[in-house]
Unconditional design. Structure first.
Length: 87
């Protein structure tokens, strides 16, 4: 891409204070989907309705994961600070 093309792409940028919420959203989205894939496969196997079952599980898992990450993230950040040099 050229500089002219790069400058024309619209980007949504959120304020820095929203970082924990954006982090939680991205993490919940990815992890809930991956876990839905794995748990659905382990419970029901790979059948004709596999993806439908995954999506149904994801509808429950994603909001739950988002809320859990909001609560757990500060604890994890503190634990990392206590166990890693330089924090």
């Amino acid at each position: 891409m050229t500089d002219a093309t790069t400058n024309k792409i619209a980007r949504i940028r959120f304020p820095k204070h929203t970082s924990p919420y954006i982090f939680a959203l991205y993490m919940a989205t990815i992890m809930a989907f991956l876990m839905s894939l794995v748990i659905t496969f382990s419970e029901f196997g790979f059948g004709p309705h596999y993806m439908l079952n995954v999506i149904n599980a994801y509808k429950v898992a994603m909001p739950a994961a988002f809320v859990c990450i909001l609560f757990v993230r500060p604890i994890v950040v503190r634990m990392v600070g206590l166990t890693v040099h330089g924090h």
